[in-house]
Design a protein around this ligand. Structure first.
Ligand code: 3HC
Length: 306
């Protein structure tokens, strides 16, 4: 029996590559109105331009009709800077997709639990941070400024981990905090399915299944480059042609963002204490140099169009 997600309006917090992708699949595939907020208006403009480009490409390839593209675009509304989180007051679910920073996410979830309706699901697209810790930052029942059913705030927090590029990747990883209710999990899963995704479930461990496996692989490739075992091109080519990976590990690290890779690796290392997760010095130095990969023009490779 399929469960109705009941999401009539979605809030998306953060309009970087992940947030924008989530807004895109929600508006186009789940056909849900989306309120999009980012504290950077420049980032929102950049994101919406990219969405227009993606929709136009889908139309030109015959994947969707012109009218579907228009309807999807019309479903996305930008929340003004004055409104900020208050703009999410009436949504049924918010997906947070800001950078991998625990204090920032805690602050956001505390504010969202105060501003949103008590029955609204609060989802995080975090790549590695504990959903239980994020849920614990919500304002407990009875202390919320929002009035309503008085549900326990932490029970509505869930991890909904999309993959980059969101419009293309078929998976969403669903993570339950210790506090997450069954109803929250079921509705979040149903929403991911409505966005056209398959769902896997992971316990709330650092990095979940996906990044706990992917990041040591990427890190190892960086260490092999550091040791001079092979050139970056040959490391990537080995995995691409030898194992049929769509991208080599260094190319993929650039694609994800080196700052994001480092933040995830730090969470894995701190969360487990296991030295196998210790980030490579080269990765740390590249992030020190603000070489973040594809998003700002330089990582292991150069991206002149960024
Ligand atoms: N956004 C939206 N769509 C994109 C895109 C983007 N950034 N980049 C590529 N695409 C689309 C293209 O438009 C194209 O769509 P089409 O079939 O309708 O024309 C399709 O993807 C294929 O693109 P290209 O033909 O240009 O290029 P490739 O065939 O080389 O595919 C790729 C590009 C899909 C990105 C492929 O290289 C790939 O799958 N790479 C691996 C990606 C991956 O592993 N992602 C997971 C990262 S880990 C993660 O996200 C977790 C996080 O927590 C860190």
């Amino acid at each position: 029996m399929s469960i109705a997600h009941g999401i009539r309006t979605l809030g998306v917090l953060g309009s970087g590559q992940m947030g924008l992708g989530i807004a895109y699949v929600a508006a186009l595939r789940a056909k849900v109105p989306v309120l999009l907020y980012d504290r950077s208006t420049e980032q929102i403009e950049k994101g919406l331009k990219f969405m227009d480009k993606l929709l136009a490409k889908d139309v030109s390839k015959g994947k969707i009709q012109d009218i579907e593209a228009k309807e999807a675009r019309d479903r996305v509304t930008v929340v003004s800077q004055d409104q900020a989180y208050k703009g999410f007051r009436d949504v049924d679910m918010v997906v947070e997709a800001v950078s991998e920073n625990l204090p920032l996410k805690q602050k956001i979830f505390s504010s969202l639990s105060a501003e949103c309706r008590p029955d609204a699901i609060l989802a995080s697209n975090t790549s590695s941070i504990s959903i239980t810790k994020i849920a614990a930052s919500t304002i407990p029942e009875g202390q919320s400024s929002a009035s309503g059913s008085g549900k326990q705030s932490a029970a509505r927090v869930v991890g909904l981990h999309f993959f980059n590029p969101v419009p293309v990747m078929k998976l969403v990883e669903l993570i339950s905090a210790l506090q997450t209710s069954e109803d929250t999990l079921n509705r979040a899963r149903a929403f991911a399915v409505a966005c056209g995704k398959e769902v896997t479930v992971s316990k709330d461990v650092p990095g979940f299944v996906s990044n706990a496996l992917l990041m040591p692989f990427i890190n190892e490739a960086i260490m092999w480059l550091e040791k001079g075992v092979a050139t970056k091109e040959d490391i990537d080519k080995t995995l691409k042609l030898g194992m049929n990976h769509p991208m080599g590990p260094l190319e993929l690290a650039d694609f994800i963002g080196l700052d994001t890779c480092l933040a995830i690796q730090q969470t894995l290392y701190q969360g487990t204490g296991d030295s196998k997760y210790r980030p490579s010095v080269l990765l740390e130095r590249m992030v020190d140099a603000q070489w973040y990969g594809r998003k700002n023009g330089k990582g292991f490779y150069e991206y002149p169009d960024a």
